[in-house]
Design a protein around this ligand. Structure first.
Ligand SMILES: Cc1cc2nc3c(=O)[nH]c(=O)nc-3n(C[C@H](O)[C@H](O)[C@H](O)COP(=O)(O)OP(=O)(O)OC[C@H]3O[C@@H](n4cnc5c(N)ncnc54)[C@H](O)[C@@H]3O)c2cc1C
Length: 416
């Protein structure tokens, strides 16, 4: 069997490595002419890290990134609403890893080139269309200038081509990303380590919040620190395009965070210190009723682009790749395998996509903002411990993230 993978991002490369692990031939076709490390911080949850461990990559990632041991929610005054242990501190057998996306991508790409051979990862080839030929699927590509370059024939085509997936567009022409009027300003900066040095914090509420977490250690108690500031796009300003590398104007938002200088972290200060700020609109797409059509299916953001709440997109892309590989490994009919993969993954991912629109696990922060906009003396007077626990547990269970599930099952694809 030969699998064509369109897109050499997190999902596409994890799939290539996983197929290689079980002896299935595949080629990755990536649109950009050169795969360079791009992106700011990304989180890998323990359920994804255990799959990367089965690929022999988790130790390297753990050494590069930060093992997140705590998640803490604060109100806009910097008062603690909720905190929970994460990763191994929460009883998982594998850590949660926060890491620059570019470093994660480099590790996956290096392993893919080493294990599959450099010729298996073809760059500068953008998938534009595909068609059926006898019992095969033929994918057509163009180069960065739009000139036809190549066509590839395989038994299956997997669209791992991200939020603007051409594969998905072929089945859902005219579909557009859903923009809710909010923007994420994003930056990465060297800063003093805060709290325990391995905590991820979210402060604010539904209409204005920051997410800050370290993604790499530096000498002298300093850390490579990733931040996202989320706020409503001002009236009359056009939505930024959904491109991860779009520069932002710091002046457009920084004053909104004046005063966000908390005893445990100077949020406003790290924004001021950041040289380059990027922006990304808060977009997702409506869940779709079908991912697999004959010999073609979708994984990662192509299948379920979601708002970046709950740190799920990268991890779920890894899980998609592993579940799809397991299906292809165990079900002899490849078309039935694609349907099985979809049956397992699509309901869960559609649910998470919709939950993220309701603020996912961060819903507690909005409740606290509504009940106590001026702050509180004791959090118990605002929201009960049971209410906070229910919100957190419900999201973890929906995302397949509870420790007993993750610890109790084997890897989707056994280590080679
Ligand atoms: C440049 C970049 C920077 C990012 N930065 C961050 C970040 O800082 N934080 C974060 O949480 N998430 C970031 N993401 C998104 C994150 O990687 C995904 O949400 C998640 O990991 C799911 O991965 P994916 O492989 O499905 O999508 P992606 O990682 O987006 O990968 C999709 C890949 O497909 C390629 N592609 C697109 N169209 C075609 C086509 N027609 N033919 C062939 N190839 C195609 C793209 O160039 C890309 O390499 C970034 C994505 C990109 C591409």
């Amino acid at each position: 069997m030969r699998v064509i993978i369109a897109g050499g991002g997190i999902a596409g490369l994890t799939l290539a490595l996983s197929l290689r692990q079980v002896g299935i031939d595949c080629h990755v076709y990536e649109a950009t002419p050169r795969l360079t490390p791009r992106g700011l911080g990304i989180n890998l949850q323990p359920n994804a890290v255990r799959e990367l461990a089965a690929l022999g990559l988790a130790d390297r990632l753990a050494r590069l990134g930060i093992l997140t041991a705590k998640l803490a929610f604060y109100n806009k005054h910097g008062q603690l609403v909720w905190s929970e242990p994460r990763g191994q501190a929460a009883g998982y057998r594998w850590p949660q890893i926060a890491i620059p996306r570019g470093w994660l991508h480099e590790v996956l790409l290096g392993a893919a080139r080493e294990r599959l051979g450099v010729h298996a990862i073809v760059t500068g080839c953008r998938l534009v269309r595909f068609d059926a030929r006898n019992d095969k699927v033929v994918a057509h590509f163009v180069d960065p200038a739009g000139q036809p370059v190549d066509e590839a024939e395989g038994d299956l085509l997997v669209g791992a081509d991200g939020i603007h997936s051409a594969t998905r567009r072929a089945f859902y022409p005219g579909e557009r990303p859903v923009f809710d009027g909010f923007v994420h300003y994003r930056g990465i900066v060297e800063a003093d380590a805060f709290l325990t040095g391995s905590a991820m914090v979210v402060a604010g509420h539904r209409t204005q919040r920051v997410i800050v977490y370290p993604v790499g250690w530096l000498a002298g108690g300093r850390a490579v620190t990733n931040w996202l500031a989320y706020t409503r796009l001002p009236e009359g300003v056009l939505s930024p395009i959904e491109d991860w590398d779009t520069d932002a104007d710091k002046a457009a938002f920084i004053d909104l965070f004046a005063g966000w200088t908390f005893p445990w972290l100077d949020v406003h200060g790290i924004m001021i210190d950041t040289e380059q700020v990027l922006q990304f609109p808060n977009v997702d797409r409506d869940p779709i009723p079908r991912w697999s059509f004959g010999r073609v299916t979708l994984i990662g953001d192509a299948a379920h682009p979601m708002q970046p709440t709950g740190s799920q997109a990268g991890s779920q892309a890894v899980i998609d790749a592993r579940v799809l590989t397991q299906a292809l490994m165990t079900i002899p009919d490849p078309l039935a395998a694609l349907r099985h993969y979809e049956d397992v993954r699509r309901p869960v991912m559609n649910d998470i996509t919709l939950r993220n629109r309701q603020f996912g696990p961060e819903a507690a922060m909005q409740i606290v903002e509504e009940r106590a906009p001026n702050g509180f003396a004791r959090i118990e007077d605002v929201i009960s411990r049971e209410e906070l626990e229910t919100i957190s547990h419900s999201f973890h269970a929906a995302a397949g993230l509870d420790a007993s599930t993750v610890n109790g099952r084997p890897s989707f694809v056994p280590p080679a």
